[in-house]
Design a protein. Sequence first.
Length: 199
Amino acid sequence: MINNIIKVVLLVIIIVLAYLVYESIMVPVRFDKSVDQRSKAVIQNLVDIRSAEMTYKNIYGKYTSSFDTLIDFLEIGQIPVVKIIPDPTDTTFSKTIRDTIGYIPVKDSLFGRRANYDVLSLKYIPFTDNELFTLDAGIVEKGGVDVNVFEATSHFKVILNGLDEQMVVNLIAAKEQIERYPGLKVGSMTEASTDGNWE
């Protein structure tokens, strides 16, 4: 009788230990999977912000730090369709004539291949309760030349809100230790770059 009780107790202990070992392996695996899933969605928005900002700059000569301005531009802005032909009066064939033959909506040009794309979602960080990306724009001097710059960022505290707090703290600390931004960002307010920090 006592042997049977000991066997049952040992079996329960083995099951509990096996479960704890399994969970110790699976917790970081699930965390990494969630980080990857959230990061992919955030990166897609940052890529879209970059495309919108670069198109805005092509039209207006500068970037904008306002999501309202950027979204209005996407909703109602037009991109000229330009036809370039050789100048018939030029015998060297080095001159061209640029002729605007029409306009296409900015939204269609950038996101036309994505069905039901909502430009309002551009400013919101995925997997949050409508938290906004931080957007900034300005001018920096590089080599005596003024250069237009922009930056859109989201901190891991916001992106990973709701996940294991200690693992989020560890991830942020690891990024800060190597002097990297502890989150995802595109562009820079100090360098003439439109790269994302994941690239």
